[in-house]
Structures are given as structure tokens and as C-alpha cells.
Design a protein around this ligand. Structure first.
Ligand SMILES: [Mg+2]
Length: 378
């Protein structure tokens, strides 16, 4: 695995998920492999074609600075379903490019015939709802049972931005593999002749069940720095009402979901000010959260590749990886699957977003339905 330091920008800028052109996309008719225009989508397409393009609210969002992006990055959840005819129509148009993994289930499973499915699941916003307090992002028992059932048939891993311990506390299933801190903390199986087993950042240890496992932590040298930044950010943001700082072991999250919009600038300013002193750390953005991470070339996409290799599942002829996630950071994994032409990314979103996924699901309840469908299909 390539672990080159990635000294791009010390204080960052990942683009925020705002689609810049939201009329009918010119590549509307380009579908993922195996997707055909069925009668429902045809009807939908014809309906949309009949109407004139109307500029959306997002069209008016200019490519401004961080602050504008902070406001725009996560539309209010209560207004997502049918804010207006226009946005709903544009969402449906988007859905034609990224069809529901439920209505496309047969196409997906047709590609899985004779192959082993490997399942990768994000946690927040995918298995649990996005909630005001990140500590309360609890998955339902029904979801837990669905994940447990699906893991009986397919190797299943959780890949989260949270610390590995924290996400395990939420999921509580020992039969899964876990990658925390955006893949920078992976507990996977031990293999004979494991090329990763001899990696300097990889150690053999035992899990909570006493089973021998391989622990891969490519950013271990950053631990003291991350801890220092965590404490500094707590101190600096203590007067910003509604902000919270979370230590995810190899990254620090600054949540501003509960901060008043007029104070977003303070959060932005504060985080950037602290980061100025840490050129080896970078800042990325998620759903109402800033994330401070080491500048190493490692992300959820690399974690997927690592796990596929660790699990002996990297042969595309025999394996169909499926990655389900809702966040900007999941795009790295979608991109890996798209570039390998192997497997499918499924974006969980009830609003249109730029994505490298092939399919979509609206929310965690549809994710659960998809997992149940996979179990029935086996
Ligand atoms: Mg998520």
C-alpha cells in the first residue's frame, strides 16, 4: 500500500457537495453497467423532459468560500422530501442517473451471480440516522439484526470516521470487521503470508474475544499530535455555543450541527487558526462537521482495498464489493470501486449530490431494506 505523505494544503479544502449545474444533465442517459431504462424510469424521464428546466436554489449558490459551503453542505433534513415541485423534480432526475438500489436490485444481483459479495458499510447516516448529538447516533435493534444476518452470508466491514472503539460500541457485532478513523485504524483477520502483516504500521494482537487479529494503523505516528489538537480545539471552541469536538483517535471532528448559522464563521475561523500550527494535518468537511486528519495518502477507499486484500477478496472475477455510505468521505471508496470497475457504490441520500456511486438509497431505512433483500436473495 502506498503511504506517501501527502503535503498538499495544510489548511484544506475539499469541495463541498453542491452540484454546480442542476438542469437536466447532459449525460442523463449514461447509466451504470447493467442498468436499463425500465418503464418507470422512462415515464419519469418523459415527464421531466416535458417540463421546462427551472433554475434550482442550488444553481444560485455560487462557488463561494467555506462559510457559504458550511451553510450549504447539509440541507435541513425536515425539508428534504418535497421542499418544492422543482427540487423534487430535480431529485427524480438525479435518481435516473443514480437509481435506487432497491428498484435495481435484480440488476445488482445479476452481476453478483457466481461471485462472492463483500459488503462495506459506513455507520453514521447509513446504519444510524444523523442526529443532533453524535453521541446519540444509535442504530435500531432491527438494523443490528439485519447487519448480523447479512454478515452470516457475506464478509461485512464497517468503515467509519468514528474511532474504531466507538463504532464497535454502537454496532456491537463481533462477526464484522471494523475500520475506524476513516480507515486509519483497521482490525482485520490474520492471514498466513499476509503481505500487510509485515508492514511497519501493522501489528498482530488479540481482539476483545481473544482472537488473533491484524491491527493496521498507518497514521500511528500522528497519535500525540492528534491528541494535542483535540485538546486545543476543545479549549478554543468552548465559547461557541452548540459546537462539540470529538476525538476519533486518528482524526478530530468539530461538529457544528447545533451551532447557530451566524456563528459558523467563528467555527471556521477557530479551526483554521488552530490548524495553522499543524502543517502535517489537513481539514476536510462532512455533514455539518469539520474533520482534522493526518496528511497521509490514506482514506476509506484505501481501507476498502486493504480489507479486500486482507480478506483475500481482491479478485474482481470472483468478488463483487458493495459499499454503502452517505458522506463526502465515502466518495473515496466509491471512486475506488468505479476505477477498478469492480463492485458498486451506493450513496445514501435523499437529495441530489455529486457522487461516484452507481446507485442510491434514500435513508437508513432503505439501507435496512436492501440488507434484508440481500439475505432473502442468498
Ligand atoms: Mg456517514
Amino acid at each position: 500500500m502506498d503511504l506517501k505523505p501527502n503535503h498538499i494544503s495544510p489548511v484544506i479544502t475539499e469541495p463541498i457537495p453542491v452540484k454546480s449545474r442542476l438542469g437536466l444533465p447532459s449525460n442523463l442517459m449514461s447509466y451504470p453497467p447493467g442498468i436499463e431504462l425500465n418503464s418507470t424510469t422512462s415515464m419519469l424521464f418523459n415527464n421531466i423532459q416535458r417540463r421546462k428546466n427551472v433554475p434550482s436554489k442550488l444553481d444560485e449558490l455560487r462557488a463561494g468560500g467555506w462559510l457559504e459551503a458550511m451553510i450549504a453542505c447539509s440541507p435541513p433534513r425536515k425539508k428534504q422530501t418535497k421542499d418544492s415541485d422543482d427540487s423534487y423534480e430535480q431529485y427524480l432526475t438525479w435518481m435516473m442517473k443514480y437509481p435506487s438500489a432497491l428498484t435495481s436490485f435484480e440488476q445488482i444481483t445479476a452481476h453478483a451471480k457466481g461471485k462472492r459479495i463483500a459488503l462495506f458499510l459506513d455507520y453514521d447516516g447509513t446504519l444510524s440516522p444523523i442526529v443532533d448529538n453524535p453521541e446519540n447516533a444509535i442504530m435500531t435493534d432491527e438494523m443490528r439484526t439485519s447487519v448480523k444476518n447479512v454478515a452470516r452470508y457475506f464478509p461485512t466491514a464497517i468503515i467509519s470516521g468514528r474511532s474504531r472503539d466507538k463504532v464497535f460500541e454502537f454496532v456491537k457485532l463481533t462477526e464484522l470487521y471494523y475500520a475506524g478513523s476513516h480507515g486509519m485504524d483497521i482490525m482485520g483477520p490474520v492471514r498466513n503470508n499476509d503481505s500487510h502483516g509485515s508492514h511497519p504500521n501493522s501489528i498482530r494482537t488479540t481482539d476483545s474475544q481473544g482472537k488473533e487479529v491484524n491491527l493496521f494503523q498507518p497514521a500511528s505516528e500522528f497519535l500525540p499530535m492528534i491528541d494535542e489538537v483535540f485538546r486545543t480545539l476543545i479549549e478554543k471552541t468552548k465559547d461557541i455555543k452548540g459546537s462539540s469536538v470529538e476525538n476519533n483517535k486518528f482524526c478530530v471532528s468539530v461538529h457544528y450541527r447545533n451551532v447557530a448559522v451566524e456563528d459558523y464563521g467563528l467555527v471556521d475561523q477557530c479551526v483554521k487558526e488552530v490548524l495553522k500550527n499543524y502543517p502535517r494535518l489537513r481539514l476536510t468537511s462532512g455533514r455539518k462537521v469539520f474533520e482534522v486528519r493526518p496528511t497521509i495518502d490514506w482514506n476509506k477507499g484505501k481501507a476498502v482495498e486493504f480489507l479486500l486484500e486482507s480478506l483475500d477478496l481482491s479478485d474482481c472475477n470472483d468478488v463483487l464489493p458493495i459499499y454503502v455510505g452517505d458522506d463526502r468521505t465515502d466518495e473515496d471508496a466509491f471512486k475506488v470501486l468505479r476505477e477498478r470497475k469492480c463492485g458498486y457504490g451506493i450513496l445514501v441520500s435523499s437529495v441530489r449530490k455529486d457522487t461516484d456511486a452507481f446507485y442510491s438509497l434514500r435513508d437508513p431505512s432503505e439501507v435496512m431494506e436492501f440488507l434484508k433483500s440481500l439475505v432473502k436473495w442468498v
